[in-house]
Design a protein around this ligand. Sequence first.
Ligand SMILES: [Zn+2]
Length: 167
Amino acid sequence: MNACPELETLLAVVAEHDADALAHIKTCPDCAFVAEQHRQLEKDLFRLADPMPPVNFVQSVMARVALEPAPARVELRTGFSILAVTLMGAVLAFVAAHGNLGLLGTRTASSVVTWRNLFYAASEALAAIWSTAALPTVVAMVGLILLSTLGVRRLAAHRVVEARVRP
Ligand SMILES: [Zn+2]
């Protein structure tokens, strides 16, 4: 077995595919180990200098983008539309309650001759319902708003967790 060459000499001649050096590496595990390490390091350095994207790079990026949570703008828009629908529903329920009240008022006021009396009767009934049902109505509206905003937040959090869990 030949004596081990200097490290620099060994690596230089291996890079040049020197026959003597290659023959020595085949018989000397120490130099083979060093040469192999050098080869791996060189490969890593080339990879760092010029990172080749994987074949399915675009597909994987698009998959990740699809899994990412919607931008804040879209979330805000969704939240506001849910809020608007909720408020509209609350207002409609309120109006419906008033409509029933108006019908009731019209029935009770059918005997009233003048429009002014009818108006007063209706407004008195409205005032009565508002004074008795104002608090429950407000509480229900606030509860609906809170539920809708919490729903949006939970939806967003769920999408974030989904995006993190999937590879
Ligand atoms: Zn050697």
